[in-house]
Design a protein around this ligand. Structure first.
Ligand code: AMP
Ligand code: MG
Length: 483
């Protein structure tokens, strides 16, 4: 019974003891498997046939593989701009790391697995709704081609969790390139523990940026590399209308993956001021603010690395500032590149920025659906449609003139546009519908939605209803942190 081995190799556990607390997940009353991601299991090199019979117990934390070395990691973070020197995994346990069939190393973490020394006042648990929500949205992001943590399994615990109401408890198995956050660096820097910051940076470089390992200026290069990946990541979010919702520094992974699907949501009607999170009263994490917040977070990472960048603190600040100041241009490059592709432009012209801005302004004025507008522009580009509701004819005419200077044939261009403009995103009303059904024990809407979202760039005419925006409502959609 106790011979289950997954093939873990736990590099984080080999870092100094002050990086984590060692403890197992807390067993739950009655584990029941809700979802198991067969594709991801395969990628991780897990054997599905031998996994399936033990999956409920394994992914509930009731049965520990012999090669797991369970830990809760320490981190700090700026939450809505306020520094909290100790956060840490308050309801998550890292079981270990697997090197997959693709040669990549990934963390396997249970989220909602019970109290830890970092729980503070929390119960260490997660509710069914947020667990299935993270499952759906993170897998949708993966299918969209956006760097993200992934979901391997979801189990019901058979125990209630008390939030505003009593809800069924669940555990999510999250898979990530690593769980090292900007806040992990802050945890040690705030304690003046330069050696720990160095060990963490060396570890993160070895994991995520091995090409920098032998550079004399590797810590500055690391900062620049993290900034580059964040600029790309946030640009990708903006291309698909994703609002992360809680870009605290503890929720920014230095790997460049999207992490922490709490109050996130996709925008329906385009509005740069879109905020979904009920606790984001001042719109700090609004859609259009995301690149500014990312830069701010990178500045916080820079502060933790100063001692490693240059022993002369003025010189360190000057060199780090140069990297932070380069962030907006990097973001703009990734963003504009992606927006050009969304409009079917394979070449670059200086006026493209204005063309994009004018389209967005018209969409904002009209309250046009962000996803469908771009998807339908592909039909216009192909000559299958003449105009688009809500988009001024003058803009379409200017865009056509611009397209005339492009080398691609219309059909080829339309195909390229459909490959970057999704038909399917996790629409909030569809996600809510799936979660409501799951609460009554019916997982079919969840499974159907997951399947539709796994092919976001295919038309899937039989599922056209999943592409539709929500019916008009006078109440804005609100999200809540998964706590
Ligand atoms: P989050 O808002 O999910 O990014 O979490 C922020 C911090 O609160 C992290 O340190 C979490 O581990 C902790 N936390 C969130 N929910 C709980 C919970 N139910 N029990 C214990 N700690 C929690
Ligand atoms: Mg978090």
């Amino acid at each position: 019974m106790d011979d289950l081995q997954l093939g873990f190799d736990n590099s984080y556990r080999r870092l100094p003891e002050r990086f984590y607390a060692c403890l197992p997940p807390t067993p739950v009353a009655a584990p029941r498997l809700l979802a198991l991601n067969a594709d991801l299991a395969e990628t991780l090199g897990l054997d599905l046939a031998s996994l399936a019979p033990v999956a409920a117990e394994l992914f509930a934390g009731n049965r520990l593989p012999v090669d797991a070395e369970p830990i809760a990691t320490a981190y700090a973070g700026h939450q809505f701009g306020q520094f909290v020197p100790q956060l840490g995994d308050g309801r998550a346990i890292l079981l270990g790391e697997l090197v997959g069939r693709d040669g990549r190393r990934r963390d396997v973490q249970l989220k909602g697995s019970g109290r830890t020394p970092f729980s503070r006042h929390g119960d260490g648990r997660a509710a069914l709704g947020p667990v299935l929500r993270e499952f759906l949205v993170s897998e949708a992001m993966h299918a969209l081609g956006i760097p993200t943590t992934r979901a391997l399994a979801a189990v019901l615990t058979g125990e209630p969790v008390v939030r505003e109401e009593v809800l069924p408890g669940a555990v999510l198995t999250r898979v990530a390139a690593s769980h090292i956050r900007v806040g992990t660096f802050q945890y040690f820097a705030a304690r003046g523990d330069v050696e720990a910051v160095r060990a963490l940076a060396d570890h993160a470089i070895a994991l995520h940026y091995p090409q920098l390992a032998d550079m004399p200026d590797r810590y500055l290069a690391f900062l620049a590399a993290v900034a580059e990946r964040q600029a790309y990541l946030v640009a990708r979010w903006m291309h698909v209308g994703f609002v992360h919702g809680v870009m605290n520094t503890d929720n920014m992974a230095v790997s460049g993956e999207t992490i922490d699907y709490g109050p996130c949501a996709f925008m329906d009607a385009y509005d740069p001021a879109t905020v979904f999170s009920s606790i984001d009263q001042f719109g700090r994490y609004a859609f259009a603010n995301q690149p500014y917040i990312a830069r701010w977070n990178i500045a916080r990472l820079a502060e933790t690395l100063l001692d490693l960048i240059d022993p002369d603190s003025d010189a360190a600040i000057a060199r780090a500032s140069e990297v932070v100041d380069a962030f907006p241009a990097a973001f703009e490059r990734h963003w504009l590149g992606g927006m050009r592709a969304k409009l079917g432009l394979a070449t670059a012209e200086p006026e493209d920025r204005v063309l994009v801005a004018e389209l967005l302004a018209a969409m904002h004025t009209a309250g046009a659906d962000y996803t469908l507008t771009f998807r339908r522009l592909a039909a216009v580009a192909a000559g299958d449609a003449e105009t688009l509701d809500a988009i001024p004819a003058a803009w379409i005419a200017r865009w056509r003139q611009r397209l005339a200077r492009e080398p691609a044939a219309p059909a080829e261009r339309a195909a390229a546009m459909r490959a970057v403009n999704p038909a399917f995103i996790p629409r909030n009303h569809r996600v809510e519908e799936a979660l409501a059904a799951a609460r009554t024990g019916d997982l079919r809407p969840f499974e159907t939605l997951l399947r539709v979202l796994s092919r976001p760039y295919d038309d899937q005419p039989e599922h056209a209803a999943y592409a539709a925006p929500p019916p008009p409502s006078d109440r804005p959609y609100r999200t809540f942190c998964g706590t």
